[in-house]
Design a protein around this ligand. Sequence first.
Ligand code: HEC
Length: 136
Amino acid sequence: MKKIFFLLAIIIVAITAQSFYQTNPQNESIKNGKSIYATYCITCHMENGMGLESAFPPLVKTGNLNDKNKLVKIILQGMKGPITVKGVPYNVEMAAINISDKETVDVINYIRNSWGNKAPLMKYSEMALAKKDMVK
Ligand code: HEC
């Protein structure tokens, strides 16, 4: 009987340790993304992700955040032309942001998991495909 409890304890410890190691790199990416956001995005999209009405769109619970490849394109190539976000029109150009592939993934993971946004983490390995998709 004791043996079973001992075994059970080991299994529980193993599962806990495994989930810790699985979530840890995620937190790392989001954490890095936060400082990238603070450097490259915060001036326009603001600390709370709400942007500035009619000038810079919010990044909180908006449609484009669901599409990782589109986000890569927006960040690395910039964006212009009229868009409507949450019923408010925007037509100011966002210049391309010059950051590395890893920084791009980290900042995407940050914005997709902040301010009430919740999305699965993008993997670094997904960048290659996203960039292929990006060709105009
Ligand atoms: C100089 C100001 C500025 C900076 C810096 C900036 N953006 Fe933008 N961003 C804009 C503007 C303006 C638009 C809307 C462009 C348009 O009207 O077509 C936009 C649009 C977006 C969109 C699309 C929103 C939607 O719902 O379609 C995303 C996502 C985005 N920016 C993310 C970022 C990220 C991430 C960074 C930092 C890596 C960043 N932006 C840096 C000004 C900026």
